[in-house]
Design a binder for this molecule. Structure first.
Ligand SMILES: C[S@@+](CC[C@H](N)C(=O)[O-])C[C@H]1O[C@@H](n2cnc3c(N)ncnc32)[C@H](O)[C@@H]1O
Length: 437
């Protein structure tokens, strides 16, 4: 009993401290805290590691039951309905609410069924029932409007990721493993081939979804890595850069950088349109090039200085010494099994010069078991043990780990696994940049 009370006290003080950190951030930004965004939307409040940790502690304090976890599939399904039917957009002109009959008519759905879906979401602060059968947006649901990249991201997750995830058990239990995506979509050639050939709308949505994911994650990358240090003319090559989301943020913030976005021709066509619309000046100044590349068979553009892969950045240095170059790989290595990942990194290494760097920006899977205790220094972890579940900082990484397992049959990696890949590609580990994601 005494131990349980002690744990509750520890939990209380952990939460009090964490809430204090978040409150200070709100004060610094002259914003009133909102219940809906207390544990989310990190970009609006800045990106300090202390703030990230505080948010993680707050959200991990709300424990879940097995029943709630099993039923959370319906939250995903309900989000798909809301995003697919553009409910947030229909509610935007009606801040004090819209009767469900009018809303359902706009969505071309049955009023009673749509109301039931929205009520489930309202339990999670996504939409609000302001009077019987009258619904309005909340700060969270507003982010589901089409103008936000989050709309595409939520559609991507609640559509192909969710449908694939329903087949995870079948895929693992089958005598021969095929990614769950292949089971769900009855298509064996893979997710990339499906988007390039069968469903280009899904492909375009994926590109835009990457913009949505990145808005939340680019902040720490911009502020934690010393991008201001490289001299004018420094070239960053965004290998497998998609529509160039990170490059776009870098180009806008650091005017001395030159960007080279390399991806498949289809994706680059989309990238050119995106940049023309959102960064016309960078395009007209000639600070960005879009160069097609198959990174599994070709070396990227020669003559740059950095390479980048996503979430936590591990910097890898070429053993070779020649010209300075930068390449950037973001959210790319996790899409590939070891063999292809090594091939990709070897191709990058081929184009590297003496001072070239590879920045791999990915989640780094951390152990969930308690860290070893050093008798001289005490525990080495800052994890909020024992009161909080160990999901606090790891949940996002494990979500993404299962996302790539379901869509592609691949994995997120530990630091050791990244170092192993790097060694096989002839690269050396230099430094881990913790972006607190
Ligand atoms: C997960 S997305 C990441 C995009 C971007 N790095 C980001 O984080 O927004 C992976 C990218 O790899 C690209 N890709 C897949 N296979 C490729 C290949 N063989 N050569 C070049 N790019 C490829 C895809 O088109 C996609 O844009």
């Amino acid at each position: 009993m005494a131990r349980e009370v002690e744990e509750l006290d520890a939990l209380l003080s952990l939460l009090t401290d964490a809430v204090g950190v978040v409150k200070s951030a709100y004060s610094a930004h002259a914003r009133q805290p909102e219940l809906e965004d207390a544990a989310g939307q990190p970009t609006q409040l800045g990106a300090s590691e202390e703030l990230h940790q505080a948010r993680r502690n707050i959200s991990s304090a709300s424990r879940r039951t097995l029943l709630l976890m099993a039923n959370s599939a319906f939250e995903t399904a309900a989000l798909r309905v809301a995003a697919g039917a553009c409910v947030a957009d229909h509610l935007l002109p009606h801040p004090s609410g819209l009767p469900i009959t009018d809303l359902a008519a706009k969505c071309d759905m049955e009023a009673d069924k749509l109301a039931r879906v929205l009520r489930l979401l309202a339990c999670k602060h996504v939409f609000r029932e302001v009077a019987p059968g009258v619904f309005a947006n909340t700060p969270l649901s507003t982010r589901l409007a089409r103008k936000h990249g989050m709309w595409d991201l939520v559609n991507h997750i609640t559509d192909e990721c969710f449908k694939s995830s329903a087949y995870l058990y079948d895929a693992l239990a089958a005598p021969v493993f095929k990614p769950p995506f292949a089971h769900a979509y009855k298509h064996d050639a893979g997710y990339w081939a499906y988007m390039a050939g069968v469903d280009k709308t899904m492909g375009a949505r994926f590109g835009r979804a990457m913009l949505g994911v990145d808005m939340a994650e680019i902040g720490p990358l911009l502020s934690h890595f010393p991008w201001e240090t490289p001299p004018p003319g420094t070239t960053v090559c965004d290998v497998g850069g998609g529509v160039g989301t990170v490059s776009l943020a870098l180009a806008n913030r650091f005017s001395q950088l030159k960007l080279v976005v390399q991806d498949t021709p289809n994706t680059l066509a989309q990238a050119r349109l995106e940049w023309k619309e959102t960064a016309p000046q960078v395009v007209s100044e000639g600070r960005v090039d879009f160069l097609p590349l198959d990174f599994l068979t070709q070396a990227p553009n020669v003559g740059c200085e950095y390479y980048y892969v996503r979430c936590c950045s591990a910097r890898l240095r070429s053993d070779e010494r020649s010209e300075a170059e930068q390449r950037q790989l973001k959210h790319v290595v996790h899409d590939w099994a070891d063999e292809e990942a090594v091939r990709l990194l070897r191709n990058v290494r081929q184009s590297m010069g003496a001072h070239s760097r590879v920045l791999i920006h990915e989640f780094v899977i951390q152990p969930l078991f308690p860290p070893p205790t050093d008798p001289r220094e005490g525990t080495t972890s800052s994890a909020p043990s024992p009161s909080l579940a160990p999901d606090s900082s790891a949940l996002h990484a494990h979500h993404l780990d299962l996302t790539v397992l379901c869509l592609l049959g691949t994995k997120e990696r530990t630091q050791g696994e990244f170092e192993h890949l790097a060694r096989k590609a002839g690269l050396g580990f230099v430094r881990l940049w913790n972006l607190g994601e």
